[in-house]
Design a protein around this ligand. Structure first.
Ligand SMILES: [Zn+2]
Ligand SMILES: [Zn+2]
Length: 331
């Protein structure tokens, strides 16, 4: 099987689908900028539109992962040069406080906005499509999730070798850590997590809290790549969608290797990669690069529908100059 790349991949994929497949995609729940819009709303919209054009009824069943187990922010020796020597700056997104006046945690603020944008565009025009938002933290005790999380804590070097082999990036010998406990007391991700038989031992480097308890007693942070493999398995995913930056990081081969390594007899889902949205500074639009803005979804649909390129450049007329609340209302 080959990856499905950008618009031509989307068209090829639509030809092969019946229209009722299970599709997985994910988002870090701390914003909804133009780059998120492209992969969470625009590409699903165009996939449904193409199915319809081919005479099929779009009834895709989307599962949207709300990635609250991911790092709040990436930290490490050099996160661009060594993207696999990374750890959370403070905590996970699950425990990242919101700056808004309405919610304590950032995920609670953004999840309804993300869901609203999808419903007011994709489901409005293709009403038989469904979407189910699932937070990583809800999956904690699912068999496949728990097993691979524990495996990630116990043997991260095995995963770093897979990243190194397929990404083209060098990996330093240390730090190599892709998952761990979030301190139950101070919510810090910094500390020592050790798996001892059926229990977890935690020692916090921030507040010095020490505890040994059952797996379910803790919450965790988890780097997204191995975590994705567990989710694809749990949701019986037939199609998975992600941003083009994942393709250039070698994720197509990384995922295949993870599936083979950790799950026997896992039918590989079709992988659709969306174009990357380039911000005004010439970089990929992303929250960590602090170059994000809201984009008008209708204009972005229009542009994405006409280009097979791997990069879409932001232009002035695409920008939606509104605040968060206005943004959801304009859909
Ligand atoms: Zn809020
Ligand atoms: Zn602590």
């Amino acid at each position: 099987m080959k990856p499905y790349l950008y618009l031509s991949g989307l068209k090829k994929l639509a030809q092969e689908l019946k229209g009722n497949e299970r599709v997985h995609f994910g988002i870090r729940p701390y914003g909804f900028h133009g780059g998120n819009l492209l992969s969470i709303v625009v590409y699903p919209y165009l996939l449904c539109k193409e199915l319809k054009r081919l005479g099929k009824t779009p009834k895709l069943r989307f599962t949207l992962s709300i990635n609250d187990y991911e790092q709040d922010e990436l930290d490490g020796p050099d996160i661009r040069k060594y993207p696999f020597n990374i750890y959370p700056k403070n905590t996970s997104l699950q425990f990242t406080k919101s700056t808004c006046s309405c919610c304590t945690y950032i995920a609670d603020h953004w999840q309804p906005i993300i869901e609203g944008c999808f419903k007011k565009s994709v489901i409005k025009d293709f009403p038989l499509v469904t979407i189910n938002l699932v937070r990583n933290s809800y999956l904690k005790e699912k068999t496949h999730f728990k097993r691979l999380l524990l495996e990630t804590i116990k043997n991260p070097v095995k995963q770093s070798k897979i990243f190194k082999k397929y990404s083209g990036h060098d990996v330093l010998q240390t730090p190599i850590k892709y998952a761990g406990v979030i301190c139950p007391k101070c919510r810090s991700a910094h500390g020592d997590t050790i798996v001892i038989k059926n229990k977890i031992s935690w020692e916090c480097h921030k507040c010095n809290h020490k505890v040994i308890s059952a797996f379910k007693y803790f919450d965790y942070w988890w780097y997204h790549k191995a975590m994705l493999t567990a989710r694809l398995k749990i949701f019986k995913t037939e199609v998975t969608m992600s941003g083009g930056d994942h393709y250039s990081e070698g994720d197509y081969n990384v995922r295949k290797t993870f599936m083979k390594t950790y799950f026997k007899e896992f039918k590989e889902p079709k992988m659709l990669f969306c174009p990357t949205l380039q911000a005004f500074d010439g970089q990929k639009m992303s929250k960590s690069r602090k170059n994000t803005c809201f984009i008008n979804h209708l204009k972005l649909i229009d542009i994405c529908e006409k280009t097979t390129e791997s990069i879409i450049r932001v232009s002035d007329d695409m920008v939606a100059n509104v605040d968060e609340k206005e943004y959801l209302r304009q859909f």
